[in-house]
Design a protein. Structure first.
Length: 262
């Protein structure tokens, strides 16, 4: 299933937070949404997920998303928010099982298909050993992996993930990027917000760069993530190199100006 966003504008207090943003996400593609703090990345992701009111059109396949029921939309598109809130006194496995809600009838028991999806998602994020633990006692990094598992358990053809690597140690940052890339290349369209330039350059098929509420560049990481872009958008001078065929980018020093905020 293809996602297409046409001229998305999100306003707050009379000000455009995201303005005329258009992008596509196709099956099998791993795309990163990049940009400095305040660029509008999370706002755009929430608009695509149907959480924020917006101008413009979001298409899921051939259908306008606004014409779909909430259940139809949830089956088509899984969303992992930046906030990692678990307010209920339930186990990790029960949290992940919430990802199967769009497919369940009211008061129905989990099906064998549901159980398999839950187990696979826990295994994918290296959290199967946490399954019976109360979710509220998890560390921040553990909670991040469990909530990612909930999104993966949906099995939707599209996945939007807002900073899924935030707060994770280097091992699990790499692991999450490997999981998302594998999901994408198995046929899911994956769009993720992230800040790490080296992870973006190494794992993503395409990057979409935002600044001041606008999409300013889009394309393969090797073509988009260069010194000129980092200096212009992030106000940093990078070190750029290559290791075993993969590029790395390390923000090394600030320029004399600050990143634009409006």
């Amino acid at each position: 299933m293809r996602l297409e966003a046409r001229a998305i504008t999100v306003r707050a207090a009379g000000r455009a937070i995201v303005e005329e943003a258009s992008l596509t996400l196709v099956p099998g593609e791993f795309v990163g949404l990049l940009g400095p703090n305040g660029a509008g990345k999370s706002t755009l992701l929430r608009a695509l997920a149907g959480i924020l009111p917006h101008e413009g059109e979001v298409l899921l396949g051939e259908e306008a998303a606004r014409r779909l029921s909430s259940r139809q939309r949830a089956r088509a598109l899984a969303y992992l928010p930046q906030e990692r809130l678990v307010e209920w006194d339930i186990t990790v496995r029960e949290v992940v099982a919430l990802g199967r809600h769009p497919f369940q009838r009211r008061f129905a028991q989990l099906t064998p298909e549901d159980q398999a999806a839950i187990g696979a998602a826990l295994e994918d994020v290296d959290a199967h050993h946490l399954a019976t633990r109360p979710a509220r006692v998890l560390s921040g990094g553990e909670k991040a992996r469990v909530l990612l598992a909930r999104a993966l358990a949906v099995g939707a053809p599209l996945l939007l993930a807002d900073e899924p690597m935030a707060g994770l140690d280097p091992f699990h940052q790499l692991h999450v990027m490997e999981i998302l890339r594998a999901r994408a290349h198995a046929g899911t369209g994956v769009l993720t917000v992230l800040h790490d330039m080296t992870l973006a350059a190494r794992f993503l098929d395409r990057v979409v760069v935002m600044n001041c509420g606008h999409i300013v560049r889009s394309g393969p990481p090797a073509e988009v993530l260069d010194a000129a872009l980092l200096e212009d958008v992030y106000a940093v001078t990078p070190l750029i190199g290559e290791h075993r065929g993969s590029r790395w980018l390390l923000p090394w020093s600030r320029t004399s100006r600050r990143p634009s905020q409006d």
